[in-house]
Design a protein around this ligand. Structure first.
Ligand code: MTE
Length: 346
């Protein structure tokens, strides 16, 4: 994976969690989403100024999607809070919306960090369908509406740690993966679940390129117990809105204790398998990227240490380097790997 230094983001753009929460509280008390200055003035003066800079000023078009079905926007608006107990939330400062949506890895749109946000504005998620296959009682092709409508969306504030040693804190909106997968009734042979990204040469410039190094489609997989863990999320939105294209609209995996490359974007296929599925980065460079990809400060990448990370936004003058935590701080997942050698199963 390429590593590039990013442009400096002024600290005034950072949205503290308290401000974000204040806005959520405000929205819940019945305000309209089309807020503008009138809405912002209901917050404290400090909060409204910062919110105005970072969130309210953002027009829906900035979400970078050519299509946004009304029912999806509505479901995002009706989301509930993260569960009150457990690691579904964090007090850490949120990474500003601008960083979350302009510093991306989505190689279908290009290898540069800003390529996805620059190339994604025409991305269409309507219509969208998901093929469900393999070891389950309910295989078939489902529309996005079929997939999402029965679920209530919820918010989860998770750390995202990329294998390239940068990290963010992102307020996701989505559904617990176990609730989604259970609906397809996986059978006793289902040991793993494999996810596949859309192939569409019209929409993804890198899929048209003769120089792309990835053998499309991008693919990822989880062991069933990992997929069914309460922390694992199928994300459908972030901050207050539907997922921007560059972050993996309309369906994107989020597994907060694993390196970011496991979080496959723009999913069109879910397959229950007996055998461990292949995954794109492991196919490309097996010595560098494994199947498990659990965040582990004690196991270096062959070309760099994983002991610390840059918490974005960061710059030469404001490096914001912090220690990396085992399982990215989500230690409750340790029991999933009991008895496994995590140096071999990287
Ligand atoms: N999914 C697809 N389809 N294509 C990709 O290139 N990049 C992965 C992951 N999911 C990638 C993908 C990597 S390397 C990371 S770190 C995360 O997406 C980045 O997610 P973000 O851009 O929302 O921060």
């Amino acid at each position: 994976m390429l590593i590039k230094t990013r442009k400096e983001i002024p600290s005034s753009e950072i949205t503290p969690e308290s401000v974000y929460k204040a806005r959520r509280q405000f929205l819940k008390t019945g305000a309209n989403v089309a807020l503008g200055a009138a809405g912002a003035s209901l917050l404290s003066p400090t909060a409204s100024a910062q919110v105005g800079d970072s969130l309210f000023a953002r027009a829906p078009a900035d979400i970078n999607l050519a299509s946004r079905p009304d029912w999806l926007v509505q479901k995002v608006a009706e989301r509930k809070d993260a569960p009150a107990t457990g690691s579904f939330n964090t007090d850490e400062e949120l990474t500003p919306f601008s960083d979350v949506t302009t510093y991306n890895n989505f190689y279908e749109f290009g290898t540069g960090k800003e390529d996805p946000s620059n190339n994604a504005s025409e991305f269409r998620i309507d219509p969208w369908s998901v093929e469900v296959a393999g070891e389950c009682a309910k295989p078939g092709t489902y529309t996005l509406e079929d997939v999402l409508k029965p679920h209530t969306f919820e918010e989860r504030v998770y750390r995202l740690r990329c294998v390239e040693a940068w990290s963010m804190v992102i307020p996701w909106i989505g559904i617990p993966m176990k609730d989604l997968l259970s609906r397809f009734e996986p059978n006793g042979n289902a040991q793993y679940v494999k996810f596949t990204t859309l192939v569409d040469r019209d929409q993804f410039p890198a899929q048209r390129s003769r120089f792309a190094t990835i053998d499309w489609p991008y693919q990822e997989g989880l062991r069933m117990d990992e997929a069914m863990h309460p922390l694992t999320l199928m994300a459908t939105g972030l901050y207050d809105d539907v997922l921007p294209a560059q972050n993996g609209a309309p369906l994107r995996l989020v597994v907060p204790w694993k390196y970011g490359f496991k979080s496959i974007k723009s999913i069109v296929k879910i397959e229950f398998t007996r055998d461990m599925p292949n995954n794109t980065w492991n196919d490309l460079q097996p010595r560098e990227y494994g199947f498990y990809a659990n965040v582990n400060p004690n196991v270096s990448h062959p070309r760099w240490s994983q002991a610390s990370e840059r918490r974005l936004p960061s710059s030469l003058f404001m490096p914001r380097r912090i220690d990396t935590m085992m399982f990215n701080g989500y230690e409750e997942v340790a029991s999933l790997y009991e008895g496994m050698d995590l140096r071999r199963n990287y």
